[in-house]
Design a protein around this ligand. Structure first.
Ligand code: NAD
Length: 446
């Protein structure tokens, strides 16, 4: 099948590559000329495990192409995926300007039947707006060309995106007619593994499904963060509690890990957007109000633990003269994405309190430099951060932080103090090794 994917970011690039991998002819479009130039040279703009070799292979096999020329891509393709960003607008709503700009551009150049697929996360009713934008452009040209708009939200996780796309739990397709549905099913059929299935529904329900899924996942995280904070107060261990509740098949083990609060380019903006949709319909999503509030608070918990350790409060300058090592900056492991990362809130607060920082992340150093500039120091490796540091803060759960050389850490730090926002180590073992170890929901300080 001939496909164009418009928007070559985390979602577009992965989707395009995986569609090419299954034999389709795929053109990746972006307005960012530098990005397309780089992709043509084999320089991949994001870190996503397994993506680079897969792109290389499909480019070499002449199934995957990159361009900034939308009309050419539209002319050559039957199915057009819109995978551009939908960031939060000022009022919390999803900003649809990029999606609708693409829709209009398609309408201004298409000359035969097309299926336009909303892959971006977009609020209920967006497919109608896309339909209207294309129809308007066609009308301006004085032409009448048939097209269909389909909703096909994406559920991949950064860091495991290839696997998620190639072996999805499910594919959701919202379509209003059988012909487009059949084409979409055919496109996705190679990805249907034993456990996978295609779930078809009306367009509005498909649009809603994506927000409901992310809102549910964000809710689980905030719920577990609150339980963890309570565990700290009553002297319980949240890891045991997690196992205890996760083994209930009605609850399940996924997404029960407390930490430094959720971040990333999806949960914060999608929770805001569904709340906004509710408000527009005169309804308040009270659970999500609390989910957001808890998440905001959770981003402060690690710094509170540091302040607690030094027996001081959060007044500006309270940590003056203190220097900290930070391991992990991306919003989660296996990605270079720092959008809405909790590390930003934590580091800015430490700086406000007067501390200095030396940070390391396996993949997000370039992104971090764009955010913090000269305000912090950057190290070439995890152990290099420790020099002259009063303590170590762990913010991202990268695998290489899980089994470090504890002797080396102890010798390098001025004092063996670790504040771990991801519960990577055993509190008992850390204590045996002589560390003062603070983590989330296992501090047992009633
Ligand atoms: P991104 O910011 O990484 O990529 C968007 C790309 O679109 C950029 O390269 C940008 O240059 C390009 N673009 C913008 N306007 C364009 C135009 N007019 N023509 C061509 N290209 C244009 O975004 P992303 O993280 O890939 O997210 C895309 C959408 O997918 C969002 O709606 C997001 O909510 C959703 N989503 C993201 C994830 C994720 O993990 N990142 C997962 C599921 C769904």
């Amino acid at each position: 099948m001939k496909i164009a994917v418009i928007g070559s970011g985390y979602v577009g690039l992965v989707a395009a590559t995986c569609f090419a991998e299954t034999g389709n002819h795929v053109i990746c479009v972006d307005i960012d000329e530098q990005k397309i130039e780089n992709l043509k040279k084999g320089i991949i703009p994001i870190y996503e495990p397994g993506l680079e070799p897969m792109i290389q292979k499909n480019v070499e096999d002449r199934r995957l192409f990159f361009t900034t020329n939308l009309p050419e891509a539209v002319a050559e393709s039957l199915v057009l995926f819109i995978a551009v960003g939908t960031p939060s607008g000022e009022d919390g709503s999803a900003d649809l300007q990029y999606v609708l700009a693409v829709a209009r551009s398609i309408g201004l150049c298409m000359d035969s039947y097309k299926i336009i697929v909303d892959k971006s996360t977009v609020p209920v009713g967006t497919a109608e707006k896309v339909q209207a934008a294309i129809a308007q452009a066609l009308q301006e040209r004085g032409v009448d060309i048939e097209f269909d708009v389909v909703s096909n939200p994406e559920f991949l996780k950064e860091g495991a995106a290839i696997d998620d796309f190639m072996k999805p739990d499910r594919v959701v397709i919202g379509a209003e007619n059988v012909r487009t549905l059949e084409i979409m099913k055919e496109l996705y059929s190679p990805f249907m593994m034993r456990q996978s299935r295609i779930i078809t529904m009306d367009v509005r329900s498909a649009e809603m499904t994506k927000y409901a899924a992310n809102a549910m996942l964000a809710t689980r995280i905030s719920f577990m963060n609150e339980i963890a904070n309570l565990c700290d107060l009553v002297g319980a261990d949240v890891s045991s509690v997690r196992e205890g509740i996760g083994s209930d098949s009605r609850i399940g083990h996924s997404f029960l890990y407390p930490g430094v609060g959720y971040g990333g380019s999806c949960f914060p903006k999608d929770v805001k957007a569904i709340m906004r949709t509710a408000r527009e319909h005169g309804m308040k999503l009270q659970v999500l109000d609390a989910v957001e509030e808890v998440n905001k608070r959770q981003k402060e918990v690690l710094v509170d633990k540091v302040l607690n350790h030094y027996n001081t409060s959060a007044v500006a300058g309270a940590l003056k003269g203190r220097h900290f090592a930070v391991w992990g900056l991306s919003f989660k492991a296996n990605t270079d994405d720092m959008r809405e990362s909790s590390s930003i809130v934590i580091i800015r607060e430490l700086l406000r309190l007067g501390a200095t920082i030396c940070a390391y992340d396996p993949e997000a150093m370039d992104e971090a430099r764009k955010i913090f500039g000269d305000a912090i120091h950057y190290a070439a490796g995890q152990y290099e951060t420790l020099e002259n540091a009063d303590g170590l803060l762990i913010i991202t759960e990268w695998n290489e932080f899980r089994r470090p050389d504890f002797e080396r850490i102890k010798q390098s730090l001025k004092e063996p103090f670790i504040a771990d926002g991801r519960n990577l180590y055993s509190p008992e073992k850390m204590q045996q090794m002589g560390f003062t170890y603070r983590c989330i929901g296992r501090d047992r300080t009633p």
